[in-house]
Design a protein around this ligand. Structure first.
Ligand code: ZN
Length: 216
């Protein structure tokens, strides 16, 4: 797979869906000790393969390139340092996710798809100044046990074993936040109990679907 080509394609989709505006948001893919990410200031709607650069995972320094990587590089590297199974990170600013994050609550699972795709509840972390060490530390702590994080007054971060998995998680969290808003307008919102969550989590069909996404 051409990694930069895939990063360009997913970036355009994120922009088309209104999950980012202008130079906001960033994506990355890790291959062994190299992380591919967008240069600082590039807008997803018109990025080209040449707007993605390779960075050394351990040092965070560019490989053969003088351009600055995305300012959120520390947050991406923190995910890769924390979990070896993470090979892709997507950070976006989707409106419903931001609205939900403003409530400061954990988004709990409430459909089989939620459990199957996200494979965890989605906690909200307090606002921290973007690109600060503080935000990277918070992300690193929460990502240990979760595959998506809502960021108060900021956005959403998802991880995956590949870009497709992280992308599906981004799509699903935003869609779940929309459902919560609609349910509250209609009157009632039901989240899964711990017992139902566990039943869904071990359902044969979900285990199979996850395996397919991971191997794609
Ligand atoms: Zn951001």
């Amino acid at each position: 797979m051409n990694i930069k080509k895939e990063l360009v394609r997913i970036g355009k989709e994120l922009a088309d869906k209104g999950f980012v505006v202008g130079p906001g948001g960033n994506t990355s893919v890790r291959v062994d000790n190299t992380v591919y990410m967008k240069v600082s200031g590039a807008c997803f709607e018109d990025t080209k393969e040449s707007d993605y650069i390779a960075v050394n995972l351990k040092t965070g320094k560019n490989i053969n390139d003088n351009r600055k990587p995305t300012c959120e590089i520390q947050m991406h590297l923190a995910c890769y340092y924390t979990r070896k199974d993470i090979s892709a990170v997507i950070h976006t600013h989707p409106p419903y996710s931001i609205a939900y994050a403003m409530q400061g609550k954990t988004l709990k699972a409430f459909t089989p798809d939620f459990v199957g795709i996200i494979s965890s509840n989605v906690p909200t972390i307090k606002f921290a100044v973007p690109s600060s060490k503080n935000i990277a530390n918070k992300v690193s702590e929460v990502i240990k046990n979760h595959n998506a994080i809502l960021m108060a007054n900021h956005g959403l971060l998802t991880v995956g074993s590949n870009l497709k998995e992280a992308y599906y998680r981004t799509l699903y969290v935003e869609s779940a936040c929309k459902t919560v808003v609609a349910s509250k307008i209609l009157g009632k919102m039901n989240f899964f109990s711990e017992k139902i969550y566990m039943q869904m989590d071990t359902l044969e069909a979900e285990v199979y679907r996850r395996k397919l996404i991971k191997s794609s």
